[in-house]
Design a protein around this ligand. Structure first.
Ligand code: 13P
Ligand code: SF4
Length: 354
């Protein structure tokens, strides 16, 4: 639906009033009505880097989800304020690993005598607490665009990796990019005693995968891939690495949201694509590339928005911008100092990856 013209005018006016004081970041999964006001759009890696590269902006308005805003706060100076237009924009995957659960897991690894060999690698999609745990134990953060390099780095530091919280990104990267086998991976279930694993299993494993997942990408199945190949002969299947392993194994290409966009930019006219990621992005790409004769469809037959990403809508953005323009700091995301120090360590290790 087209954006409400009154709200568009209000957002524009508030942004103009704020001038260089505000910088608006938009993740690729954001709605069109919000994305039109982003100064920069990107995947979670690019947005983390871009947030850190704007020291002159007093306010960073983050159109994305909570863990992204936290990471921006960690990477920016204390004077800069990060604002999330709707505080309820969380991430169900990030919520699947709490500080208590991860501390308990470390105890289990210690009991089994493997903790010393373990390097934690945490996906960006995690709370600041989990990032701090990661930094404290010598690990790094990764995103879907650098998971392979993060694992390579981690295996130079130790013999095993504890990968948090997305089991699929961990497994897909280990098997698809690092040549490991499915047997090298075990799944730690925080809801079972000892993670549901024996000490022997922990000792034998190379990858200890946290039992978390994205419910949006979890909707894609092998059937979705087979169906689309039957429906559209010659179709290229391109999916996000948060998809289940069998989906990634059956796909032609796998990559982050930024990778998906680049792949479609480079695709020849007349090519056909089925994309397995969030629907706001797929629709935007389908509309953008249709005039160039590229046919782009959503991988599944059912709709698949990320409901928390969608919480940031134009009314929330207008409210945040107008409040800031009136000198009212609303919805600030601020990570406490101690957490920030360790989380920053882990994030900086990621930014320093080759
Ligand atoms: P990207 O790093 O590919 O932008 O993915 C972020 C995300 O939340 C995917 O669900
Ligand atoms: Fe989290 Fe999945 Fe939404 Fe990404 S798409 S923000 S992983 S729930």
């Amino acid at each position: 639906a087209p954006s409400d013209p009154d709200l568009v005018a209000r957002a524009r006016a508030a942004k103009e009033k704020l001038g260089d004081k505000v910088f608006v970041l938009g993740h690729h999964y954001q709605r069109d009505e919000v994305i039109q006001f982003a100064d920069v759009t990107g995947d979670s890696f690019k947005l983390a880097r871009d947030a850190a590269a704007r020291p002159q902006a007093e306010y960073i308005v983050f159109c994305g989800v909570h863990f992204m805003a936290e990471s921006a706060d960690i990477l920016t100076s204390d004077e800069q304020k990060v604002v999330l237009p709707d505080l309820a924009a969380g991430c169900s995957m990030a919520d699947m690993a709490t500080a208590e659960q991860v501390a308990e897991c470390w105890d289990v690894l210690t009991e089994a005598g493997v903790a010393e060999q373990v390097v934690p690698v945490s996906y960006m999609n995690s709370s600041a607490d989990i990032k701090a745990f990661t930094g404290k134990h010598g690990g790094t953060i990764c995103t879907s665009s650098n998971a392979k390099r993060a694992l390579e780095w981690a295996f130079e530091q130790g013999e095993k990796v504890l990968f948090l919280p997305d089991q699929h990104l961990g497994r897909n990267t280990a098997v698809r990019d690092m040549g490991m086998s499915l047997d090298d991976c075990v799944v730690y279930n925080p809801h079972r005693p000892n993670g549901g694993l024996t000490a022997e299993e922990l000792r034998a494993a190379k990858m200890i995968l946290w039992r978390g997942h994205c419910s949006v990408h979890g909707r894609f199945s092998l059937d979705s891939v087979n169906d689309v190949r039957e429906r559209i002969p010659g179709v290229n299947v391109l999916v996000h690495p948060e998809c289940r392993h069998e989906v990634v194994a059956a796909a032609d290409y796998v990559g982050s949201t930024e990778y998906i966009i680049k792949a479609l930019e480079a695709a020849p006219a007349g090519s056909k694509w089925a994309i397995g990621t969030e629907l706001n992005l797929v629709r935007r790409l389908a509309n953008r590339f249709a005039p160039e004769g590229k046919e782009i469809v959503f991988l599944d037959k059912t709709v698949c928005f990320c409901s928390t990403m969608n919480r940031i809508d134009l009314p929330h953005l207008v409210w945040a911008l107008e409040s800031l323009a009136e000198g009212n700091l609303v919805n600030r995301i601020e990570v406490d100092k101690e957490t920030e120090a360790f989380a920053k360590l882990a994030l900086e290790r990621m930014l320093a990856l080759p």
